[in-house]
Unconditional design. Sequence first.
Length: 276
Amino acid sequence: MADLTMTRLHEIMVVLQSVSLVFYFIDYLNKDRQVHRLAVGLLSIVWLLQTVFLVMYMIEMKRFPILSLFEGIYFYAWLIILLSLIMQLVFKSDLPGFFLNIIGFIFMTIHTFAPSQLEQSPVGDALRSELLFIHITFAFLAYAAFALSFVFSVLYLILYRVLKQKKWTKQFTRLPSLQHTETGMTTSIITGIPLLFVSLVLGLQWAYISLNEFSIFDFKIVNSFILLVIYIVVLLIRRRARFKGTNYAWIHVYAFLFVLINFLLGSRLSQFHLWY
């Protein structure tokens, strides 16, 4: 009965967040500040409910819930929504917050309606060391930063197209400038790269001291290092002015697709990242 109640409450959160997205879209079309406040209010309620469930789960399990894919998706959705609220309430960047909300909604939906077999891994109870906790937490923070770079890249492409076609309307007045979105892309990956690097170093250290044997050529490890190299290359070619404008934005879009592949598929093909 308790599990059924929790499931229903998660479904309610998905509904509230979907209504919030509708309000965001209406506000975007009509520039209605009252509707915008309703959208932010609903999203805040969703985040508060998520936080309550997160704390309750931590109390019940006596650990931080990021040791399985099922738990990780929930934490990532929580983190993305928090970042969305910060972008809107602190930095007054409504449109990046809106796109982050979409990403958070997708992951929250995946978590709520995932098959029942997406439960904690059988080895999850053994994965409680502080080293593992820091490794996973830093990885999620890096993924959140890369998600923000993706949002800014999409905004750049939209803004560039609008300016080129000279179809500027009141719906586009909240778009940040091209310079702001390009700076946002770069700042996001500058933040994400060191976070991911630290996560990989700590993860390798944990594997070395905790596992009887593991391969450095594990699919998840190799993919994670490839992801790190991709973003380092993106940053280097930007600093050397090799790529600018739409080319730079598209690189961020393609790089984030690799983030999603690494996050959702990498663990399933790994020998010891048992997220099922």
